[in-house]
Design a protein around this ligand. Structure first.
Ligand code: SAM
Length: 248
């Protein structure tokens, strides 16, 4: 059926692809991939010979319009990223909006996502979580972001590049305190998968003492803030109550 299919692919272990994803990639007219060489290898492994085209974060609006036009004219197009679920720290957002604007059906074909896989085995509260993606690379911007998240009570989920792990852990200790629990999830679904839960302070030492922990692909999860709200002083509380009573 003519539609834009948002297809999740594995995050490491090639067996983590769904039957529906395989059927979709096989039956669509075109697969739009973040990196065609990367996706060609996956399709070859699955013995699928659907034509590929590139769609990545630098793709133009004209490119999105061209793909939507093909769907409007009756074709089915699948969007995939290099790994996991498209849109989750991956390109595709503008394409989905273009498809919606063109009246094209957008169909998610769910599957692997590193953030969700990590959360599911993290041992941290999972009833509420905030996916915070990649932190800014520059220290000042990173600390500003972390300070803004310091009182968030939901579990925080970050993607991190291996060469920045140590700096990020140091900044987490600085902004959230060393006692906060966190889980380092590395190389999920792959040969050197590790999940390690401890306080932020102990995680800094754990990573410093084992250089392997700074390799590979990383999800870092941090428990939310459990400290009570800081006391609001009495006159301010009265003022806020007075204002609230005047709200419609
Ligand atoms: N769309 C992907 C998803 O659904 O998870 C994420 C794409 S993002 C560009 C890549 C980042 O995801 C990596 O830098 C890492 O933080 C995380 N990641 C991807 N695969 C992973 C894995 N197997 N183990 C741990 N983290 C992974």
């Amino acid at each position: 059926e003519a539609a834009l299919y948002i297809v999740a692919t594995p995050i490491g272990n090639l067996e983590d692809i769904t039957l529906r994803a395989i059927a979709t990639l096989r039956s669509v007219n075109l697969v739009a991939a973040e990196d065609t060489r990367h996706t060609r290898r996956l399709l070859q492994h699955l013995e699928i010979d659907t034509p590929l085209t590139a769609y990545h974060e630098h793709s133009s609006d004209a490119e999105a319009a061209r793909l939507c036009q093909r769907i409007v004219s009756g074709e089915a197009v699948a969007l995939v990223s290099d790994a996991g679920t498209p849109m989750i720290s991956d390109p595709g957002y503008r394409l989905v909006r273009a498809a919606q604007a063109a009246g094209v059906r957008v169909v998610p074909v769910p599957g692997a996502c590193a953030a969700i896989a990590a959360l599911s085995a993290s041992g941290l509260p999972s009833d509420r979580f905030l996916f915070a993606g990649f932190l800014p690379a520059r220290a000042a911007a990173r600390r500003t972001r972390l300070t803004a998240l310091a009182r968030e009570s939901a579990t925080l989920v970050f993607y991190e590049a291996p060469h920045r792990l140590q700096e990020t852990l140091d900044d987490l200790v600085l902004c959230l305190g060393e006692a906060r629990e966190a889980t380092l999830a590395r190389e999920l679904s792959k040969a050197f998968e590790t999940l390690h839960r401890d306080t932020l302070g102990n995680l800094v030492a754990f990573v410093a003492g084992d250089s392997n922990q700074c390799r590979g692909e990383i999800v870092l999860l941090v428990a939310g803030c459990t400290a009570p709200e800081p006391e609001v002083d009495a006159p301010l509380a009265e003022l806020m109550q007075a204002l609230a009573s005047r709200l419609p």
